[in-house]
Design a protein around this ligand. Structure first.
Ligand SMILES: [Zn+2]
Length: 155
């Protein structure tokens, strides 16, 4: 069978969207205005979920209790981002990490700050899993994830 010819068209698709947060995510982000990080507790496994969720993804039980957790935590894992790609809110280089906030049983993805990024080779020597971090709140908060600028490493 002869090889078939196929042309490729290139272009850009723009996809504006609106996403209804629902009552749980709405409260989760509204509490940021008062510098509070709130989770929800699963009545079956007792885990505290952050970001707050309407139901436990492990037990499929509706969460019933709101719990304020610390804005301090521990780096569970991290990554140094040095390349640009579509959708970034920050220009590289920057560090993102999964953070176990004190009093939670799930990790929160956010930026890690307070680390000198002028020499990228030394970042691996400075940032370690298990390091303590604390939320760096913005002065002007609007009730979204960017109310926390980053989680600064506590050296
Ligand atoms: Zn559960």
């Amino acid at each position: 069978m002869a090889e078939e010819k196929s042309k490729v068209l290139e272009g850009t698709i723009s996809l504006p969207y609106r996403w209804a947060l629902g009552p749980v995510f709405t409260r989760f982000f509204e509490e940021f205005k008062d510098k509070k990080i709130m989770g929800t507790r699963c009545p079956k496994c007792n885990r505290v979920l952050v970001p707050a969720r309407r139901f436990c993804p492990r037990c499929f039980e509706d969460t019933t209790e709101w719990v304020q957790v610390s804005d301090k935590g521990t780096i569970k894992t991290w990554s140094l981002i040095t390349f640009e790609f579509s959708g970034q809110v920050k220009k590289p280089p920057y560090i993102q990490g999964l953070i176990d906030l004190d009093g939670t049983d799930t990790a929160l993805l956010h930026f890690i700050g307070g680390v000198d990024l002028s020499d990228l080779e030394k970042v691996r020597e400075k940032v370690k899993i298990g390091m303590r971090v604390q939320a760096k709140w913005r002065d002007e908060r609007q009730g979204n994830i960017q109310d926390i600028e980053c989680f600064d490493v506590i050296f």
